[in-house]
Ligand binder design. Structure first.
Ligand code: SAH
Length: 391
């Protein structure tokens, strides 16, 4: 069963979609099912276990969107699958190309909910920024998504489906990893992936399978605002790269910017980073730091950041704040960002300044909230924010 529960008991979300089993509600959704699910399905259909591997290669390796072309399977079996299963991906309600070639999809899921996925091509690689939730519970003060309530977790099929729909659109099924445009996956879209860990984990295991979508764990980065109790599991069970949204060097400032800090303060967060499984100098943790004018961008802050990260295999990523209408902050000046980067670099940490991408199509960090979502009234009975900054 797809687990649509939130990971923490105090973080209850609305129900997800139907689990990937045969139900009266509709066809079996193959996308989002793992190898175990495929095996059980073959058993129920009276097929030999090796058929699961063949189906797996067609669905996740070649990305077929219908059963006709699955020529290693008997015609009668293909017909049976077409009768009871679906390979439907999330539908692109919008597909927008930025002047800088960043591409943003607004995907609509079976129940009508929407989430965004962004493709950011670079010279040598291209990252797909994937969402894990519709909305978010965290209320980070500088984040546009944070102004939206959590609507629900995405289920494994909806998370994997974002990559599959992007591969459909770009036309890169069946390519070797070195020939693909989408080389990297970053779980940096809408939502907090560690508050939807079970679904994210199931999805990423499918994404990493070498006979399927085949994206190596070294090319996957999960970004968290700092859900400390889930970090060890993320490292142990998935082994993906970790990015941490630090954004401040004192609890006083971080409590305001990232209210989750009141639950898991900086010291606990950094202890969990030190203990992150598999972390070493060749596999550093990325500390994201949004540059906010007069809030966290002084030379003293930069020096404190160097001190704070001492002893942790770390690199930083300085993100110029992406303003949005009504945002309570401004972006630091270029000079302040450059000076901050220089101090952090001199302190021995790599400190690239992230180039804002897709600003013209609102695809930049933290802006993944769409006009269509904004326009809707809050749903009656929508779950309350479990991490309430005011308490
Ligand atoms: N919940 C996860 C992942 C989603 S946000 C997390 O907090 O890490 C991805 C990154 O974009 C985070 O570092 C987030 O703090 C940053 N971000 C959000 N809004 C932003 C904005 N308006 N400008 C710049 N960065 C922003």
């Amino acid at each position: 069963m797809a687990d649509t529960k939130m990971t923490e008991p105090d973080a209850a979300a609305g129900p997800g979609l139907a689990a990937p089993v045969a139900t009266a509600e509709g066809p079996i959704r193959l996308i989002g099912m793992d190898r175990g699910d495929f095996g059980r399905l073959m058993e129920r259909l009276g097929e030999k276990p090796f058929r699961a591997n063949q189906l797996w290669a067609w669905v996740y390796g070649r990305g077929l969107a219908d059963f006709d072309g699955m020529t290693t399977l008997a015609k009668s079996f293909r017909a049976r699958l077409a009768e009871i299963c679906t390979l439907a991906r999330p539908q692109a309600a919008e597909d927008i190309l930025s002047a800088d070639t960043t591409r943003k999809w607004l995907f609509r899921f079976a129940d009508g909910e929407l989430a965004e996925t962004v493709f950011i091509p670079n010279a040598e690689r291209g990252s797909l920024c994937v969402s894990s939730q519709v909305g978010c519970t965290l209320n980070c003060r500088f984040c546009h998504t944070g102004t939206q309530r959590l609507v629900r977790n995405l289920d494994p099929g909806e998370i994997v489906g974002q990559l599959m729909a992007a591969r459909d659109a770009i036309g890169e099924w069946g390519l070797r990893s070195q020939d693909r445009m989408i080389t990297n996956i970053v779980m940096m879209g809408m939502g907090e992936p560690l508050y939807n860990f079970d679904n994210v984990a199931k999805a990423l295991r499918i994404v990493m399978d070498p006979e399927g979508l085949s994206v190596s764990k070294r090319r996957i980065t999960l970004s968290t605002a700092g859900v400390v109790p889930m970090m060890a599991r993320c490292g142990e069970e998935l082994g993906v790269n970790l990015a941490v949204s630090l954004h401040a060097v004192t609890d006083e400032v971080r409590d305001v910017l990232v209210p989750l800090n009141r639950k898991y303060p900086i010291k606990e967060l950094l202890d969990a980073c030190r203990a992150y499984p598999g972390v070493h100098n060749a596999r550093r943790i990325t500390f994201e730091y949004v540059m906010l004018k007069g809030v966290n961008d002084s030379p003293a802050d930069a020096r404190a950041l160097v001190r704070l990260l001492k002893g942790i295999p770390a690199k930083t990523n300085l993100i110029p704040f992406n303003p949005w209408p009504g945002a309570p902050y401004e972006c630091s000046t270029d000079a302040a960002i450059r000076e901050f980067a220089r101090i952090v670099n001199d302190g021995g940490l790599s400190a690239p300044i992230r180039t804002p991408r897709g600003r013209d199509i609102l695809a930049a960090c933290g802006q993944l909230k769409t006009a269509s979502v904004k326009a809707r009234a809050p749903r009656p009975g929508a779950p309350a924010d479990p991490v309430d900054a005011s308490r």
